[in-house]
Design a protein around this ligand. Structure first.
Ligand code: GUN
Length: 291
């Protein structure tokens, strides 16, 4: 069997179209969503992401504000900028690009963001709200994965899901979202015993470990849906965490790298900015953009 490809690029384009239509309707009411992105330092991968975010934000009709600070910025100065953005009514979403330089306390910086503007969903309040099944801002990458899984599978209820990776950005919130959709969820990681056997039980396998071709073809249950979150730069170009060539012969469906999860992350950032804007203006959450 050759797996169906889950086309994240096309899905994200459709999502951006819907978001652009919602933004146009909001602008008719005098509201223009605004997203502020803060980049500290010169990390080349982060610079690429930030440029892409700015471009797509403008393309859907939102205001984009970029703040670039030097690597040696004092944490107090970054916190002062976040306070200004928290207080600025034109800013509906705030994203501080990670990783931050080593001298900064990442948790302190994230938790300084107004939770209502925390479009990354990383603030401790949003993490707690998601974990307890309450309305929150939801991290973009897992939200994009959930949208593609629901679109491909319909109900996730009762399905065995294995998430490989336990990061705060992807693994943990992904597991929370799958659990919320009544999947039976296991979080695995590098210390998990007999990881191949565990993965073989998964109807839904999410790979988010950040290691090229870590998940092998014979770890996959025939017919499973495989979501590859990895973006690893190698001599062969960008590759995922899954050995794609082998996996596509076994899986029922799989996301490619590039063109799978990646494009959904920024689309979901725009979705979260729209949601945050709706909420602060007392409007209902836009349809289908929240879990
Ligand atoms: N760095 C890598 N991924 C992300 C993300 O989703 N949000 C932020 N803020 N930084 C990142």
């Amino acid at each position: 069997m050759t797996a169906t490809l889950i086309d994240g690029k096309a899905f994200a384009a459709g999502l951006r179209q819907r978001i652009a239509a919602e933004v146009a309707a909001m602008r008719d009411r005098g509201i223009t969503p605004g997203l502020a992105v803060v980049l500290v330092g010169e990390d080349p991968a982060s610079q690429v992401y930030v440029r892409s975010k700015g471009k797509q934000t403008a393309e859907v009709g939102m205001n984009s504000y970029e703040h670039k600070l030097p690597t040696d910025t004092a944490e107090a100065d970054l916190l002062a900028l976040i306070k200004r953005l928290n207080d600025d009514p034109d800013v509906n979403g705030i994203l501080v690009q990670l990783p931050l330089p080593g001298h900064m306390n990442e948790a302190a910086v994230i938790n300084a963001i107004d939770p209502a503007k925390d479009v990354d969903g990383f603030h401790i309040l949003n993490v707690g709200l998601l974990a307890t099944g309450q309305k929150s801002m939801v991290p973009c990458t897992p939200l994009g994965c959930l949208m593609m899984l629901r679109d491909h599978l319909g109900s996730l209820s009762g399905k065995r899901a294995v998430v490989v990776g336990r990061s705060n950005i992807v693994g943990k919130p992904m597991a929370q979202l799958l659990l919320r959709d009544s999947a039976t969820v296991t979080i695995a990681h590098s210390r998990t015993q007999d990881l191949p056997a565990l993965c073989r039980e998964a109807d839904i396998l999410v790979a988010a470990v950040g290691r090229a071709h870590f998940v092998k073809g014979d770890w996959i249950k025939p017919g499973a849906t495989v979501i590859d979150v990895g973006i690893n730069r190698t001599d062969d170009g960008l590759v995922g965490d899954v050995d794609f060539a082998a996996a596509r012969e076994v899986a029922g469906a799989i996301t490619p790298v590039p063109g799978g999860v990646g494009p959904m992350t920024i689309a979901c950032l725009l979705a979260n900015t729209l949601t945050a804007t709706a909420r602060v203006n007392g409007l209902p959450d836009p349809e289908g953009l929240t879990p």
